[in-house]
Design a protein around this ligand. Structure first.
Ligand code: A3P
Length: 254
């Protein structure tokens, strides 16, 4: 199928991008996306983190995982202290497509970079909840996600954002739409909203004891980027150094 798809040069990449169902991707991404479309079985209790690359995915994964698992782990025992966030919350079209039992610690949390229009039908049908994050395009311009005139991977970026934005307006009970900048501005407020949305609201006792603040602190850039698991090690079969997810200006997939 790949040779028959339209191609064009991606920004900065050596490899050509191919156009698959309106989405510009690198050819190596196609098998995982197809496999997810054909085989992924979402459960009603699943939470799916959706984003275009470079918009705050790693951070949002950490915040949701820490929020969902706060009764099992605390800020001294969380798997986030010893594993990098992408190993804790797998991507549907990369990790889960290859190891379909891979759901860390039985937590019903997965992530994807595919746009709304390419989500597996089971995600739409299951009624599961979706949390999307977008970011000011000018801050992601040099991270290759904006589409001028169209060839950025997982682009066009505007279509990516608009697809989820419209879905969040139509189904606010199923879609929570975050902006990276707002999350930065008042992370505690948005984590509290997030907890309620995913069905794990903070009790007054938890609020009194500062649970939202502890989660925010544990998932802060300064804390996560200084953990050994994120400073060293290599992710996805040696493809990506963990520290690059926390570096400034890295251009890869994650
Ligand atoms: P910069 O490129 O401005 O450094 P993604 O995880 O989707 O690849 O997004 C990467 C961006 O999120 C990077 O921005 C990175 O610095 C930022 N980021 C990663 N972890 C973060 C955290 N814990 N808190 C805030 N921002 C974080």
């Amino acid at each position: 199928m790949i040779p028959s798809l339209p191609k064009r040069n991606g920004w900065g990449g050596n490899e050509d991008l191919v156009l698959f169902q309106g989405l510009w991707i690198y050819p190596f991404m196609l098998p995982g996306i197809l496999s997810a479309q054909q085989q992924f079985q979402a459960q009603p209790a699943d939470i799916i983190v959706c984003s275009a690359p470079k918009t705050g995915t790693t951070w949002l994964k950490s915040l949701i995982f820490a929020t969902m698992t706060r009764t099992s782990f605390d800020d001294s025992t969380s798997p986030l202290l010893s594993k990098m966030p992408h190993d804790v919350v797998p991507f549907m079209e990369f990790d889960h497509a290859r190891f379909c039992t891979h759901r860390e610690l039985g937590v019903p949390l997965l992530a994807t970079h595919v746009p709304h229009s390419l989500l597996p039908q089971s995600i739409i049908d299951s009624g599961c909840k979706i949390v999307y994050i977008c970011r000011d395009p000018k801050d992601t311009l040099f991270r290759y996600i904006i589409s001028l005139p169209g060839a950025s991977y997982y682009g066009p970026y505007w279509d990516h954002v608009l697809g989820y934005w419209k879905a969040s307006l139509e189904h606010p009970e199923r879609f929570l739409f975050f902006k990276y900048e707002e999350l930065m501005e008042d992370t505690v407020l948005y984590v509290t909203k997030l907890a309620t949305f995913i069905g794990h609201p903070f009790s007054s006792e938890e609020q009194r004891k500062g649970m939202p603040e502890k989660i925010v602190e544990m998932c802060s850039f300064d804390h996560l980027s200084n953990l050994e698991a994120n400073k060293s090690g290599i992710h996805r079969d040696g493809m990506i150094e963990n520290k690059l997810y926390f570096g400034k200006g890295w251009l890869g997939t994650g």
